[in-house]
Design a protein around this ligand. Sequence first.
Ligand SMILES: NC(=O)c1ccc[n+]([C@@H]2O[C@H](COP(=O)([O-])OP(=O)(O)OC[C@H]3O[C@@H](n4cnc5c(N)ncnc54)[C@H](O)[C@@H]3O)[C@@H](O)[C@H]2O)c1
Length: 430
Amino acid sequence: MRTVGIIGLGYVGLPLAVAFAAEGKRVIAVDSDVSKLEMLDAGRSYIEDVPSEALSKLVRAGEEAGTAGDAAGGSILPTGRYEDLSAAEAILICVPTPLTENREPDLGALVGTCERLSKVLRQGQLVVVESTTYPGTTRERVAPLLEASGLVAGVDFNLAFSPERVDPGRTDYTLRNTPKVVGGITEACAARARELYEIVCEQIVPVSSPEAAELSKLLENIFRSVNIALVNELAMLTDRMGIDIWEVVEAASTKPYGFMRFEPGPGMGGHCLPVDPFYLAWRAREFDLATEFIELAGKVNQQMPYHCVSKAQRALNDIGLAVRGAKIALLGVSYKAGVGDMRESPALKIIELLRELGAELCYHDPHVPSLSELGMESVELQDAVRDADLAIVVTAHPSVDHEVAIEGAKVVLDLRGVTRGIDAHNVVRL
Ligand SMILES: NC(=O)c1ccc[n+]([C@@H]2O[C@H](COP(=O)([O-])OP(=O)(O)OC[C@H]3O[C@@H](n4cnc5c(N)ncnc54)[C@H](O)[C@@H]3O)[C@@H](O)[C@H]2O)c1
C-alpha cells in the first residue's frame, strides 16, 4: 500500500496521517475546514500530540510530490478536494460524530463525507470508518451511501470499521502499541484493513463484523463513564458522611484483583465520554431496551459541576464570604490534564454557575490561552491566585505548581486530589 487517504484532520485524523507518512506512505489528507488546511499548509500543527516540526517536513514533501507524485518517502498533502482521493488505495474516515440538541446521533458529517466520497470512489479502494458510532452504521448507513457510486461494497470496494482508541496527551500508549480492533463487512475487507493497519500498529484484533467493532468502542467508553459515575456518586455521599473519598479510592486500589481504580472529578468532558454512550442508548431504543446504566451514569456525571459549585459556596461560607463579589480563580479549564481540549469541559458549567452567583472569575491554564466566547483570557498563575478568595483546581495540569495556589489564595478547593499529602489548613477537597 503506497497511498492512504484520510478524511477529517482532527484529534484522530491528523495523528493518523503523520503515523502513515512516518512509515513512508503518501497521505492525501482531506478536510472541509479551510482554516485547518491553511495551518497545515504553513506546517503549523493545531493538535498538541503532533509536533509542528515533523508535520511541516511531511507537508513540504507532500507539496513537492503533488497528488500524482510518486516520489519515494512519506508525505502529507493537505487538500479540500475529495477528487484527490482517487490516488489512494485506502481511505480512512475520521469526521466528527456528535449529538444533536436532543441528544441523538448526529451523523451529518459522516453522511456528507460518504456522499462526497461516493462521487470519487474507485474500484478496488478500501474504505475504513474510524468515527465512533452505533453498531450498524457501517453496514446500514455508510455502505448504501458509498454504493451510490455504482460500486458494490464487499465486491467492488472493501469496507470496514476500526475504532480509534487514541488518548490525547498520552505517551505510554500510542497508535503503535495500542491494539487495533478491525471488523470488515466481508472477510476480504477485514484482511485488507488488517494489512493497512499493520503498517502503523503492532497488534491487530480482528472481529467478525463491523457491528462488533463499533460496539467494542462504545463498551470501552460506557465502561469508563459508568465507573466514573460510580465513584462520583460515592464522592457526593462521602462529602455528607465526612469521609475522604481519595483515601477510600487509594485503599480500595490496593486490592490486587477485581478492582479497577477510577477517580472522582468535576464531571466528564471531551468528545467521547459525554457523547458516545448515547449513541448506543439511542440505538437500543430501536430494540425496545432502555440502557439504564448509560442514562444513570450520564445523570450522575452531569450533576458533578453543581456539586462542585455547592462545595465552593460552602468553602467561602466557612471563611465568612458569599460567592457574590468573591474573587475566584479556576486552575485548569480544559477537560483533562495535559491537553487544551475544551470540548464539553465541566469547567464551562462551573464558570456559568459561578457567574450566575455573581463571582468575579479569572482562570489560569497553560494549554488554553483564551476562552473567547466567555470573554476570558488565561492569566499567570501568580496573578490568578494572588488575593483570590478561592482557587478551584478544576483540571490539574502537571506543569502547574498547586502549592502556589495554596500560598496565594485564602482557600483552595481541590477537585482532583492533587493536594493530598500537603499539610495546609486552607485546602478543601472534593
Ligand atoms: N478525540 C478523541 O480522543 C477521539 C478518540 C477516539 C475516537 N474519536 C472519534 O473520532 C471521530 C473524530 O473525532 P476528532 O476528535 O478527531 O474530531 P475533530 O473535530 O477534532 O476532527 C474532525 C475533523 O473532521 C473535519 N470534517 C468535518 N466534516 C467533514 C467533511 N464532510 N469532510 C472533510 N472533513 C470534515 C473537521 O473540519 C475536523 O477537522 C469522532 O467520531 C470521535 O468520536 C475521537
